[in-house]
Design a protein around this ligand. Structure first.
Ligand SMILES: [Cu+2]
Length: 497
């Protein structure tokens, strides 16, 4: 309603001005053209100067009044390590263009006043002025050079790739109409390979290649609702798209990069402010101290309900707006806890299916005949007379690092072992061994716990006649000085009694 009134007022003012113009035309006819024209020119020139003064004061006052809504100030400070550099670049640019803006406005209005029409005045004509050419070439050149060089420096600091020394959490964002799939590396800290020919809609949307073991622990948030990231940790986002152009945009972190089908892009940033800390920051500003939902005056306030957002910044179709997601920045401990609570896409969806290259058996294709080999080793051990030949190394029994928890992929080897022991009805000792890293006593107890853990698994499979023993680092088979040697030494063995 007030908008309508404003429009009506503007229209009426325009009508009044037109009528005034007509009146002065009539007056001119009566009083003689020339004098009236001169008066009109003087009046217009005067009001132009008044307008300039009011306008420039208005600009300065509003810039001060609205300083908190400017990028980099008040509640709009960045929440990433590089964000401040970008914001300062904006400010420096605004500073120089601001000076140019004010100077040109003053000149524009002052000249219209000073050089208004006067009878008999002749304009000055000159062909060339070297000093004028110098001034308007050199000054802008210096300013532009400064802006470009500063821009390049900021660009280089914002856009480098990860160096070999950098600790980085690499995730992958795949945009599509109209959501994001976010892939996190699992415990190995590495994203597995993808191959677009392996894409199966609704099943393997990302085309992850299961032949690469690195994919097995990858966590996939399909159409992710909340994206968790740890604070003060460098994050590299692989950005890609499945259909049309999208754009991975995290405004609070000053992160923005196109997601292009077939052309992988990336962005590296380090979040420096957790969601909780940012909320506390906003709490100081009156515009954030209002109910988040106006229909619920007693509900949480805006600052309490704040969340960082991921938005698509490319107009990508009718559902473009719905690609907004929440980003939560939490402490590293909270992040690790959250990540540990996710299960891998492979174990949830692929394991034991027809698409599993290992069909629920062992992981390395080179040992797909493991069952046969194990059978053979078992038979050799049964007929052997000396101790060493009665020992079989279990090649595919794996534990979580530093613990006695069996990894899921160990069960296929152990199921085969259980079958063989039951079939041959033998008593067996399970022996745990470690490498020499860490203290002796710790290694001893770890090897015992691991042997026990294998025993428990076999017991569960209905195997009897078992004993478990830990040997720690006392029986190395490889050189503990080398990584291969240490891998050789970390092992579980089975001894036929
Ligand atoms: Cu989009």
């Amino acid at each position: 309603m007030s908008g309508l009134i404003a429009i009506i007022i503007v229209i009426l003012l325009a009508v009044i001005l037109v009528q005034l113009g007509r009146v002065s035309d009539l007056a001119a006819k009566i009083r003689g053209e020339e004098k009236v024209e001169q008066q009109g020119n003087d009046r217009t020139a005067f009001w132009l100067v008044i307008f300039m003064i009011v306008f420039l004061i208005g600009c300065v006052v509003s810039a001060y009044y609205y300083k908190d809504v400017m990028l980099g100030y008040g509640p709009h400070q960045s929440a990433s390590a590089h964000g401040g550099d970008l914001d300062s670049l904006f400010n420096v640019t605004l500073f120089f263009t601001g000076i140019v803006f004010i100077l040109t406005q003053i000149l524009l209005f002052w000249y219209s006043y000073k050089y208004r029409y006067k009878k008999g005045r002749v304009s000055k004509f000159f062909v060339h002025s070297t000093s004028l050419e110098m001034v308007w070439t050199i000054i802008p050149a210096i300013v532009m050079t400064f802006l470009v060089v500063k821009g390049l420096m900021v660009w280089n600091s914002v856009m480098p790739d990860v160096g070999p020394e950098d600790e980085v959490l690499e995730i992958e964002a795949t945009g599509y109409q109209f959501a994001w799939d976010i892939r996190y590396p699992g415990k190995d800290g590495q994203l597995g390979t993808k191959d677009f020919t392996k894409i199966q809609p609704g099943y393997n949307d990302l085309g992850m290649d299961w032949n690469d073991e690195k994919t097995h622990d990858d966590i996939v948030l399909s159409g992710a609702d909340i994206i968790y990231l740890p604070v003060d940790t460098m994050v590299r986002v692989r950005i890609t798209s499945k259909d049309v152009l999208h754009n991975f945009y995290l405004p609070h972190f000053r992160v923005k990069m196109d997601a292009i089908p077939g052309l992988p892009t990336y962005f590296i940033f380090t979040p420096t402010v957790t969601t909780e800390e940012y909320r506390e920051r906003l709490r100081d500003y009156p515009e954030w101290q209002v109910p988040a939902d106006p229909t619920e005056p007693d509900g949480p306030q805006r600052w309490e309900a704040f969340d960082y957002e991921l938005a698509c910044a490319e107009l990508c179709g009718t559902g473009h707006y719905s690609m907004r997601r929440i980003v939560r920045i939490v402490s590293l401990e909270e992040y690790n806890e959250w990540a540990a609570g996710r299960t891998s896409f492979y174990y949830d969806n692929v394991r034991n299916t027809d698409d599993d290259p290992f069909k629920g058996k062992l992981l390395n294709s080179e040992i797909k005949n493991r069952k046969r080999d194990l059978n053979k080793a078992f038979n050799n051990a049964l007929s052997a007379t000396d101790e060493a030949a009665k020992t079989i190394r279990l090649e595919h029994v794996f534990f979580a690092t530093g613990s006695a928890t069996l990894e899921d992929r160990s069960k296929y080897e152990l199921n085969n072992v259980a079958d063989l022991i039951k079939k041959n009805n033998v008593t067996v000792e399970l022996a745990g061994h470690t490498d020499s890293v860490g203290d002796d006593a710790g290694n001893m107890s770890l090897s015992e716990a691991r042997a026990q853990s294998v025993l428990d698994y076999l017991l569960n499979k209905g195997v009897s006649g078992l004993s478990a023993k830990g040997y720690g680092e006392t029986q190395p088979v490889g050189d503990n000085e080398t990584e291969e040697g240490r891998a050789e030494n970390r092992r579980t063995e089975l001894r036929i009694k």
